[in-house]
Design a binder for this molecule. Structure first.
Ligand SMILES: [Zn+2]
Length: 72
C-alpha cells in the first residue's frame, strides 16, 4: 500500500499514513482534512504510473506474492 506524507494546514503537524484510493486522510492531531501532501518525503516507486502496484517486482516467472488481486 502506498504511504504518503502529509502536513496539516491547520495545526502544522506532519505525519505519514497509508492511503487507499478514494479515502481521505485526516490529521491525527486535530482531525483536519485540509492537508498538503509531501511528495518530497517519500520517493514514488512508479512515476507516471496510475495503477501500478507500488513495491511490486514481478520475477521472470510472472507475478509476485505481494501483488493484490487487481493484477488479474
Ligand atoms: Zn492538524
Amino acid at each position: 500500500m502506498p504511504i504518503y506524507g502529509y502536513e496539516c494546514k491547520k495545526c502544522g503537524s506532519t505525519f505519514q499514513t497509508l492511503v487507499r484510493s478514494g479515502e481521505t486522510p485526516e490529521c491525527p492531531s486535530c482531525g483536519a482534512v485540509e492537508l498538503e501532501q509531501q511528495l518530497s518525503l517519500i520517493a514514488s516507486p512508479a512515476k507516471g504510473g496510475e495503477d501500478s502496484p507500488p513495491m511490486c517486482s514481478p520475477g521472470p516467472g510472472g507475478g509476485c506474492a505481494g501483488c493484490p488481486a487487481m493484477m488479474g
